[in-house]
Design a protein around this ligand. Structure first.
Ligand code: MN
Ligand code: MN
Length: 444
């Protein structure tokens, strides 16, 4: 034994300083592309459109469902009966959805009623610039897209000034910001026409002029408020990215890029970008939907292979972010077993809550294969659990792959401020995640 300590003792180490031969420059270039993707995709629809655009001309099979979920496939040398290599990530992120009858006027303001989507800390979304994005299907069936430019007016949810916040400050957090009060302010100028609710009418007139929509068209709309602004470098050293939607577009982008760059894969490479993860992966665009099975079944049928055989021989990385150890909130984590920012992507054997409830809990064999893949490709990676035992928890799409008899394990970048309008990820972790997904697609 040359150095017994090095051989016998092992714990995660920072990824910095381990990149050689211009790789840091590659990581920085990768981060620029990722920021562009984040700016182009602030909703699952926008991510879908951007993914399909990016996939064009690359000789891939591509499938989209309801403009909100995507499957991209690069055929491998081996038949589907020998399985595939899958990365599954989600492209929906927590946000503030618009209600069916949203627009009203109160005390001289035109306001919009909302219903939040996914798990948010409501106060994060108040007193900050928001934009209205999504799709309205008009009475005649025409779909109109709302995608404001960067220089357009922002909208906002007002919060109470501290000067009058004494009563609010006495409340517990879960009661201080009722979801029903997340009303967005949309305008203040009254219409010059006669009638009541002149400000509401003026705002509706604006929407009609611009998008051809009437108040009835909110009935067939999918509109949401997302943070305004673009992805920014964070830290004085610019080592991190502050942006809306790292969860889970960091994994979605890495999966796509790895698929694009996979050269002559041995196994058919599959990239799934699913919707609805933040509300339980339900719906026809969620990972529980038959969309994925239908696509795979058609491909298997063309080869005379049973879908179940293909699934049983497949291997999947469920790409999803985890919490990064936060020195400001160290007491929610087991410091020895929580992912660290800048230490590469975190592999999660188990997620869920309580006694691993709601988790697919990968086997030792699956972890063994994962180790060999990642170490073999020189990926800097770590393992972790989301916070202390019994502190809380979270889920991913992994269990829905496992239910299909597909071997699966979770892996994703550690994130600070998860589910906040500005989440933080380290550039080096995003890069190492791309390397991890590339290693899966390069499996021989
Ligand atoms: Mn997620
Ligand atoms: Mn999430």
């Amino acid at each position: 034994m040359g150095n017994a300590r090095e051989i016998l003792i092992g714990k995660p180490a920072p990824a910095y300083g381990r990149l050689r031969g211009g790789e840091w420059e590659k990581a920085l270039a990768y981060a620029e592309g990722y920021k562009q993707f984040l700016n182009a995709g602030k909703t699952e629809r926008e991510c879908t459109a951007e993914a399909l655009r990016m996939a064009e001309g690359r000789g891939l099979l591509s499938y989209a469902r309801h403009n909100k979920a995507v499957i991209l496939i690069k055929r491998g040398r081996r038949p589907l009966s020998e399985g595939t290599r899958i990365v599954a990530a989600h492209i929906d992120s927590p946000r503030i959805d618009v209600k069916p009858y949203p627009l009203y006027e109160q005390d001289g303001f035109a306001m919009l009623k909302t219903h939040y989507y996914g798990g948010i800390k409501k106060y994060h979304w108040m007193a900050m610039p928001l934009e209205l994005r999504g799709v309205v299907v008009l009475r005649d069936g025409t779909a109109v897209t709302l995608a404001p430019d960067a220089d357009e007016p922002v909208l906002f949810i007002s919060d109470l000034l501290p000067h009058l916040g004494a009563d609010q400050a006495k409340k517990v957090l879960s009661e201080a910001f009722p979801g029903e009060n997340l009303n967005v302010t949309a305008g203040t100028i009254p219409s010059e026409e006669d009638g009541d609710e002149k400000v509401k009418f003026a705002v509706m007139s604006l929407l009609h002029k611009r998008y051809g929509m009437t108040e009835h068209d909110f009935q067939s709309a999918e509109l949401c408020f997302v943070p305004a602004g673009t992805a920014r470098d964070a830290g004085l050293d610019g080592s991190m990215i502050g942006a809306y939607g790292h969860d889970d577009r960091s994994c979605a982008y890495a999966a796509m890029k790895a698929l694009f760059d996979a050269e002559d894969p041995e196994y058919t490479a599959v990239c799934v970008l699913a919707d609805k993860e933040e509300i339980g992966s339900e719906g026809i665009t969620g990972m529980q939907s038959a969309f994925f099975d239908t696509v795979m079944e058609d491909l298997c049928a063309a080869e005379g292979t049973a879908l179940r055989t293909c699934y049983a021989n497949s291997f999947c990385f469920s790409g999803d972010v985890t919490n990064a150890f936060d020195p400001n909130f160290a007491d929610v984590s087991d410091a020895r077993n929580n992912a660290r920012l800048g230490h590469g992507p975190c592999v999660m054997k188990a997620t869920g809550r309580g006694g691993k409830s709601g988790s697919s809990d990968a086997s030792a064999e699956t972890m063994g294969k994962t180790r060999r893949l990642l170490d073999g490709a020189g990926v800097c990676w770590q393992m972790g659990e989301l916070g202390k035992v019994d502190q809380g928890g979270g889920g991913t799409v992994a269990l829905f792959l496992a239910r299909r008899n597909i071997e699966v394990v979770d892996i994703g970048v550690p994130v600070l401020n998860m589910h906040a309008p500005m989440e933080i990820a380290a550039k080096i972790d995003c890069w190492e995640l791309y390397k991890a997904f590339s290693a899966l697609y390069a499996d021989r």
